[in-house]
Design a protein around this ligand. Sequence first.
Ligand code: B12
Ligand code: SF4
Ligand code: SF4
Length: 271
Amino acid sequence: MTPNNKDALSLQIINKALESGASLAGIANIAELKNSPSHILSEKVPEFLSAGTKQVDGRKKDEISWPDTAKSAVVIAVEHPLGAPDMDWWLKGLKGGTKGNAKLIAVFSKLADWLEKEKQIPYIKLAYHVEHGAVFMKDTAVLGGLGCIGKNNMLVTPQFGPNIRLRIMLLDEDLPSTGFTGFDPCSDCKEYCRKACPQKAFDKKIYSAEEYGLNELPGREGVYSRIKCSAQMKKNEERSRDVDIEGSDQKGRQVKYCRICELACPVGKSS
Ligand code: B12
Ligand code: SF4
Ligand code: SF4
Protein backbone atom coordinates (compact mmCIF):
# COMPACT_ATOMS: atom_id res chain seq x y z
CA MET A 1 0.00 0.00 0.00
CA THR A 2 1.39 3.48 -0.84
CA PRO A 3 1.76 6.12 1.92
CA ASN A 4 -1.15 8.05 0.40
CA ASN A 5 -3.37 4.99 0.45
CA LYS A 6 -2.43 4.35 4.08
CA ASP A 7 -3.33 7.92 5.06
CA ALA A 8 -6.65 7.58 3.24
CA LEU A 9 -7.40 4.29 5.04
CA SER A 10 -6.48 5.82 8.44
CA LEU A 11 -8.85 8.71 7.78
CA GLN A 12 -11.65 6.33 6.85
CA ILE A 13 -11.11 4.31 10.05
CA ILE A 14 -11.06 7.44 12.21
CA ASN A 15 -14.19 8.82 10.56
CA LYS A 16 -15.98 5.48 11.00
CA ALA A 17 -15.08 5.47 14.72
CA LEU A 18 -16.41 9.03 15.13
CA GLU A 19 -19.56 8.14 13.19
CA SER A 20 -20.00 5.11 15.49
CA GLY A 21 -20.08 7.34 18.58
CA ALA A 22 -16.44 8.01 19.59
CA SER A 23 -15.68 11.56 20.72
CA LEU A 24 -12.09 11.31 19.40
CA ALA A 25 -10.10 8.69 17.50
CA GLY A 26 -6.56 8.12 16.24
CA ILE A 27 -4.03 5.50 15.19
CA ALA A 28 -0.68 4.47 16.72
CA ASN A 29 1.91 2.34 14.94
CA ILE A 30 2.83 -0.74 17.00
CA ALA A 31 6.61 -0.35 16.64
CA GLU A 32 6.35 3.17 18.10
CA LEU A 33 3.89 2.05 20.76
CA LYS A 34 6.23 -0.69 21.97
CA ASN A 35 8.86 2.03 22.52
CA SER A 36 6.57 4.51 24.26
CA PRO A 37 7.27 5.67 27.85
CA SER A 38 4.69 3.55 29.74
CA HIS A 39 5.75 0.40 27.89
CA ILE A 40 9.41 1.11 28.72
CA LEU A 41 8.84 2.19 32.34
CA SER A 42 6.47 -0.65 33.25
CA GLU A 43 9.27 -3.15 32.57
CA LYS A 44 11.57 -1.36 35.01
CA VAL A 45 9.29 -0.76 38.01
CA PRO A 46 8.29 -3.43 40.54
CA GLU A 47 4.98 -5.30 40.09
CA PHE A 48 2.10 -3.30 41.49
CA LEU A 49 -1.25 -4.51 42.83
CA SER A 50 -4.01 -1.88 42.72
CA ALA A 51 -7.59 -1.23 41.66
CA GLY A 52 -6.26 -1.04 38.09
CA THR A 53 -4.37 -4.35 38.02
CA LYS A 54 -5.55 -7.98 38.05
CA GLN A 55 -4.23 -11.17 39.55
CA VAL A 56 -3.95 -13.59 36.61
CA ASP A 57 -2.19 -16.94 37.04
CA GLY A 58 1.11 -17.14 35.17
CA ARG A 59 1.09 -13.45 34.26
CA LYS A 60 3.23 -10.68 35.67
CA LYS A 61 1.33 -7.49 36.45
CA ASP A 62 1.92 -4.63 33.99
CA GLU A 63 3.43 -7.08 31.45
CA ILE A 64 2.13 -6.63 27.91
CA SER A 65 1.62 -9.61 25.67
CA TRP A 66 1.85 -8.33 22.10
CA PRO A 67 0.01 -10.39 19.47
CA ASP A 68 2.42 -11.17 16.57
CA THR A 69 -0.08 -10.05 13.92
CA ALA A 70 -0.73 -6.58 15.36
CA LYS A 71 0.80 -3.75 13.35
CA SER A 72 -1.20 -0.71 14.43
CA ALA A 73 -3.63 0.31 17.18
CA VAL A 74 -6.87 2.27 16.88
CA VAL A 75 -7.51 4.38 19.97
CA ILE A 76 -10.91 5.86 20.73
CA ALA A 77 -12.00 8.27 23.45
CA VAL A 78 -15.48 8.82 24.82
CA GLU A 79 -16.23 12.03 26.68
CA HIS A 80 -17.16 11.69 30.37
CA PRO A 81 -18.74 15.10 30.95
CA LEU A 82 -19.20 16.74 34.34
CA GLY A 83 -22.98 16.39 33.98
CA ALA A 84 -22.79 12.59 33.68
CA PRO A 85 -20.67 11.38 36.64
CA ASP A 86 -22.37 7.97 36.52
CA MET A 87 -20.48 7.17 33.30
CA ASP A 88 -17.39 6.61 35.46
CA TRP A 89 -18.94 4.68 38.36
CA TRP A 90 -17.85 1.03 38.49
CA LEU A 91 -20.59 -1.50 38.99
CA LYS A 92 -19.85 -5.20 39.34
CA GLY A 93 -22.18 -7.04 36.97
CA LEU A 94 -22.37 -4.24 34.38
CA LYS A 95 -20.89 -4.91 30.92
CA GLY A 96 -17.43 -3.28 30.79
CA GLY A 97 -17.69 -2.25 34.46
CA THR A 98 -18.89 1.34 33.80
CA LYS A 99 -21.45 2.98 31.52
CA GLY A 100 -18.58 4.77 29.79
CA ASN A 101 -16.79 1.49 29.07
CA ALA A 102 -20.05 0.00 27.76
CA LYS A 103 -20.22 2.90 25.30
CA LEU A 104 -16.58 2.42 24.25
CA ILE A 105 -17.25 -1.30 23.69
CA ALA A 106 -20.34 -0.48 21.58
CA VAL A 107 -18.34 1.90 19.37
CA PHE A 108 -15.71 -0.79 18.73
CA SER A 109 -18.38 -3.35 18.00
CA LYS A 110 -19.67 -1.16 15.13
CA LEU A 111 -16.16 -0.39 13.90
CA ALA A 112 -15.24 -4.10 13.97
CA ASP A 113 -18.29 -4.99 11.84
CA TRP A 114 -17.27 -2.40 9.29
CA LEU A 115 -13.60 -3.49 9.23
CA GLU A 116 -14.69 -7.07 8.66
CA LYS A 117 -17.36 -6.47 6.03
CA GLU A 118 -16.02 -3.47 4.12
CA LYS A 119 -12.25 -3.73 4.54
CA GLN A 120 -11.46 -7.36 5.41
CA ILE A 121 -8.91 -6.16 7.98
CA PRO A 122 -8.29 -8.58 10.89
CA TYR A 123 -8.55 -6.91 14.31
CA ILE A 124 -8.28 -7.69 18.03
CA LYS A 125 -10.47 -5.76 20.46
CA LEU A 126 -8.48 -5.28 23.67
CA ALA A 127 -9.62 -5.50 27.27
CA TYR A 128 -9.20 -2.78 29.91
CA HIS A 129 -6.64 -4.45 32.19
CA VAL A 130 -3.09 -5.10 30.99
CA GLU A 131 -3.21 -8.56 32.61
CA HIS A 132 -6.23 -9.33 30.41
CA GLY A 133 -4.40 -8.32 27.22
CA ALA A 134 -4.59 -4.50 27.14
CA VAL A 135 -1.78 -2.13 26.19
CA PHE A 136 -1.14 1.21 27.89
CA MET A 137 -3.87 3.42 26.55
CA LYS A 138 -2.61 6.94 27.32
CA ASP A 139 0.58 6.41 25.29
CA THR A 140 -1.52 5.03 22.42
CA ALA A 141 -3.65 8.16 22.56
CA VAL A 142 -0.65 10.53 22.55
CA LEU A 143 0.84 8.73 19.53
CA GLY A 144 -2.59 8.84 17.89
CA GLY A 145 -2.70 12.63 18.26
CA LEU A 146 -5.54 12.88 20.79
CA GLY A 147 -3.66 15.11 23.26
CA CYS A 148 -0.73 15.21 25.70
CA ILE A 149 0.12 13.81 29.14
CA GLY A 150 -0.72 16.56 31.59
CA LYS A 151 0.78 17.37 34.97
CA ASN A 152 -2.06 15.30 36.47
CA ASN A 153 -0.51 12.28 34.67
CA MET A 154 -3.65 11.91 32.55
CA LEU A 155 -4.25 12.29 28.85
CA VAL A 156 -5.45 15.88 28.39
CA THR A 157 -7.24 16.62 25.13
CA PRO A 158 -7.88 20.08 23.65
CA GLN A 159 -11.61 19.34 23.25
CA PHE A 160 -12.54 17.60 26.54
CA GLY A 161 -9.50 18.10 28.79
CA PRO A 162 -8.83 14.90 30.78
CA ASN A 163 -12.57 14.07 30.89
CA ILE A 164 -12.38 11.14 28.52
CA ARG A 165 -11.93 7.38 28.80
CA LEU A 166 -10.08 5.25 26.28
CA ARG A 167 -10.19 1.88 24.54
CA ILE A 168 -7.89 0.17 22.03
CA MET A 169 -8.24 -2.21 19.07
CA LEU A 170 -5.24 -3.73 17.29
CA LEU A 171 -5.16 -4.07 13.50
CA ASP A 172 -3.28 -6.44 11.22
CA GLU A 173 -2.49 -3.44 8.99
CA ASP A 174 0.73 -1.42 9.12
CA LEU A 175 -0.51 2.16 9.46
CA PRO A 176 1.61 5.13 10.63
CA SER A 177 0.79 6.98 13.86
CA THR A 178 -1.59 9.86 13.29
CA GLY A 179 0.71 12.02 15.34
CA PHE A 180 1.66 14.35 18.14
CA THR A 181 -0.31 17.59 18.44
CA GLY A 182 2.13 20.00 20.14
CA PHE A 183 -0.79 20.83 22.46
CA ASP A 184 0.41 21.73 26.00
CA PRO A 185 -2.00 23.48 28.35
CA CYS A 186 0.12 22.73 31.45
CA SER A 187 3.18 24.88 30.81
CA ASP A 188 1.59 28.10 32.11
CA CYS A 189 -1.12 26.62 34.35
CA LYS A 190 -1.33 27.03 38.13
CA GLU A 191 -1.46 23.22 38.58
CA TYR A 192 -4.99 23.05 39.96
CA CYS A 193 -4.89 19.27 39.47
CA ARG A 194 -1.89 18.63 41.70
CA LYS A 195 -3.03 21.02 44.43
CA ALA A 196 -6.44 19.32 44.63
CA CYS A 197 -5.19 15.75 45.23
CA PRO A 198 -6.39 14.50 48.66
CA GLN A 199 -3.43 12.08 48.89
CA LYS A 200 -0.75 14.61 47.90
CA ALA A 201 0.22 12.13 45.20
CA PHE A 202 2.26 14.74 43.27
CA ASP A 203 4.29 16.18 46.15
CA LYS A 204 7.52 14.19 45.83
CA LYS A 205 9.81 13.29 42.94
CA ILE A 206 9.91 9.51 42.66
CA TYR A 207 11.24 8.77 39.17
CA SER A 208 14.31 10.38 37.63
CA ALA A 209 15.40 10.46 33.99
CA GLU A 210 18.84 9.13 34.95
CA GLU A 211 17.54 6.15 36.91
CA TYR A 212 14.87 5.10 34.42
CA GLY A 213 16.56 6.14 31.17
CA LEU A 214 13.69 8.23 29.82
CA ASN A 215 12.60 11.84 30.02
CA GLU A 216 8.86 11.25 29.81
CA LEU A 217 8.02 10.40 33.41
CA PRO A 218 4.78 9.85 35.38
CA GLY A 219 3.19 13.24 36.13
CA ARG A 220 5.73 14.65 33.65
CA GLU A 221 8.50 15.30 36.17
CA GLY A 222 8.34 11.88 37.84
CA VAL A 223 6.16 13.16 40.69
CA TYR A 224 3.02 10.99 40.36
CA SER A 225 2.85 8.32 43.09
CA ARG A 226 0.61 5.43 42.10
CA ILE A 227 0.94 4.04 45.62
CA LYS A 228 -0.59 7.18 47.17
CA CYS A 229 -3.22 7.38 44.44
CA SER A 230 -4.06 3.74 44.92
CA ALA A 231 -4.59 4.33 48.66
CA GLN A 232 -7.38 6.73 47.69
CA MET A 233 -8.90 4.07 45.40
CA LYS A 234 -8.94 1.66 48.36
CA LYS A 235 -10.79 4.25 50.43
CA ASN A 236 -13.29 4.65 47.60
CA GLU A 237 -13.82 0.86 47.54
CA GLU A 238 -14.44 0.84 51.27
CA ARG A 239 -17.21 3.35 50.65
CA SER A 240 -18.85 1.22 47.91
CA ARG A 241 -22.51 0.20 48.21
CA ASP A 242 -25.03 -2.20 46.66
CA VAL A 243 -27.29 -0.62 44.03
CA ASP A 244 -29.84 -1.89 41.47
CA ILE A 245 -28.48 -2.77 38.01
CA GLU A 246 -30.60 -1.15 35.28
CA GLY A 247 -32.54 -3.71 33.23
CA SER A 248 -31.84 -6.52 35.71
CA ASP A 249 -33.29 -7.73 39.03
CA GLN A 250 -29.76 -8.15 40.40
CA LYS A 251 -27.90 -5.76 42.66
CA GLY A 252 -24.28 -4.75 42.01
CA ARG A 253 -21.50 -3.18 44.07
CA GLN A 254 -20.99 0.44 43.01
CA VAL A 255 -17.62 2.21 43.43
CA LYS A 256 -17.03 5.89 42.69
CA TYR A 257 -13.27 6.12 42.12
CA CYS A 258 -11.49 9.41 42.75
CA ARG A 259 -11.13 11.75 39.79
CA ILE A 260 -10.37 14.97 41.68
CA CYS A 261 -7.18 15.76 39.70
CA GLU A 262 -9.19 15.25 36.51
CA LEU A 263 -12.15 17.41 37.51
CA ALA A 264 -9.89 20.21 38.83
CA CYS A 265 -8.37 20.73 35.37
CA PRO A 266 -9.96 23.71 33.58
CA VAL A 267 -9.19 22.43 30.07
CA GLY A 268 -12.25 21.46 28.00
CA LYS A 269 -14.70 22.36 30.76
CA SER A 270 -17.00 24.51 28.63
CA SER A 271 -18.91 21.39 27.45
C1 B12 B 1 -3.39 0.60 36.49
C2 B12 B 1 -4.23 1.84 36.24
C3 B12 B 1 -4.44 2.70 37.32
C4 B12 B 1 -3.75 2.50 38.68
C5 B12 B 1 -2.26 2.89 38.57
C6 B12 B 1 -2.07 4.19 37.77
C7 B12 B 1 -0.67 4.42 37.16
N1 B12 B 1 -0.60 5.43 36.35
O1 B12 B 1 0.29 3.74 37.43
C8 B12 B 1 -4.62 3.42 39.60
C9 B12 B 1 -5.71 2.54 40.20
C10 B12 B 1 -3.88 4.12 40.75
C11 B12 B 1 -5.24 4.37 38.58
C12 B12 B 1 -5.76 5.62 38.89
C13 B12 B 1 -6.46 6.40 37.97
N2 B12 B 1 -6.86 6.04 36.74
CO1 B12 B 1 -6.17 4.51 35.80
N3 B12 B 1 -5.55 3.13 34.74
C14 B12 B 1 -4.77 2.11 34.97
C15 B12 B 1 -4.52 1.29 33.67
C16 B12 B 1 -5.30 -0.01 33.75
C17 B12 B 1 -3.03 1.05 33.41
C18 B12 B 1 -2.17 2.34 33.63
C19 B12 B 1 -0.75 2.01 33.98
O2 B12 B 1 -0.48 1.08 34.74
N4 B12 B 1 0.22 2.72 33.43
C20 B12 B 1 1.63 2.37 33.54
C21 B12 B 1 2.46 3.41 34.23
C22 B12 B 1 3.94 2.97 34.18
O3 B12 B 1 2.41 4.58 33.49
P1 B12 B 1 1.83 5.99 34.04
O4 B12 B 1 2.04 6.24 35.45
O5 B12 B 1 0.44 5.98 33.58
O6 B12 B 1 2.78 7.11 33.40
C23 B12 B 1 3.13 7.11 32.09
C24 B12 B 1 2.55 8.33 31.37
O7 B12 B 1 2.51 9.44 32.20
C25 B12 B 1 3.45 8.37 30.18
N5 B12 B 1 4.03 9.62 29.74
C26 B12 B 1 4.56 10.66 30.43
N6 B12 B 1 5.00 11.58 29.57
C27 B12 B 1 4.75 11.12 28.31
C28 B12 B 1 5.03 11.66 27.07
C29 B12 B 1 4.66 10.95 25.91
C30 B12 B 1 4.96 11.53 24.61
C31 B12 B 1 3.99 9.68 26.01
C32 B12 B 1 3.60 8.89 24.80
C33 B12 B 1 3.73 9.14 27.29
C34 B12 B 1 4.12 9.87 28.41
O8 B12 B 1 4.55 7.53 30.41
C35 B12 B 1 4.62 7.34 31.82
C36 B12 B 1 5.75 6.52 32.09
O9 B12 B 1 6.70 7.47 32.40
C37 B12 B 1 -5.09 2.27 32.57
C38 B12 B 1 -5.77 1.55 31.38
C39 B12 B 1 -4.72 1.05 30.40
N7 B12 B 1 -4.84 -0.19 30.00
O10 B12 B 1 -3.84 1.82 30.02
C40 B12 B 1 -6.08 3.15 33.35
C41 B12 B 1 -6.20 4.66 32.98
C42 B12 B 1 -4.83 5.23 32.76
N8 B12 B 1 -6.79 5.22 34.18
C43 B12 B 1 -7.64 6.15 33.95
C44 B12 B 1 -8.28 6.94 34.96
C45 B12 B 1 -9.42 7.82 34.50
C46 B12 B 1 -7.85 6.88 36.30
C47 B12 B 1 -8.32 7.74 37.49
C48 B12 B 1 -8.86 9.15 37.22
C49 B12 B 1 -9.35 6.95 38.33
C50 B12 B 1 -10.72 6.81 37.71
N9 B12 B 1 -11.73 7.50 38.22
O11 B12 B 1 -10.87 6.05 36.75
C51 B12 B 1 -7.00 7.77 38.32
C52 B12 B 1 -6.05 8.88 37.80
C53 B12 B 1 -4.68 8.80 38.36
C54 B12 B 1 -3.69 9.73 37.68
N10 B12 B 1 -3.70 11.00 38.03
O12 B12 B 1 -2.92 9.29 36.81
C55 B12 B 1 -7.82 6.39 32.45
C56 B12 B 1 -7.11 7.68 32.02
C57 B12 B 1 -7.92 8.57 31.11
C58 B12 B 1 -7.14 9.84 30.81
N11 B12 B 1 -7.83 10.91 30.50
O13 B12 B 1 -5.91 9.84 30.88
C59 B12 B 1 -7.23 5.07 31.84
C60 B12 B 1 -6.56 5.23 30.48
C61 B12 B 1 -8.38 4.06 31.72
C62 B12 B 1 -9.56 4.52 30.89
N12 B12 B 1 -10.70 4.14 31.33
O14 B12 B 1 -9.50 5.17 29.90
N13 B12 B 1 -5.23 3.83 37.33
S1 SF4 C 1 -4.87 21.60 35.82
FE1 SF4 C 1 -3.33 22.69 34.63
S2 SF4 C 1 -1.41 21.60 35.04
FE2 SF4 C 1 -3.09 20.24 35.65
S3 SF4 C 1 -3.47 18.96 33.84
FE3 SF4 C 1 -4.88 20.72 33.73
S4 SF4 C 1 -3.79 22.23 32.48
FE4 SF4 C 1 -2.27 20.73 33.15
S1 SF4 D 1 -7.13 10.20 41.21
FE1 SF4 D 1 -7.42 11.23 43.21
S2 SF4 D 1 -5.86 10.33 44.55
FE2 SF4 D 1 -5.29 9.80 42.45
S3 SF4 D 1 -3.85 11.41 41.85
FE3 SF4 D 1 -5.88 12.07 41.19
S4 SF4 D 1 -6.68 13.33 42.87
FE4 SF4 D 1 -4.94 12.16 43.66
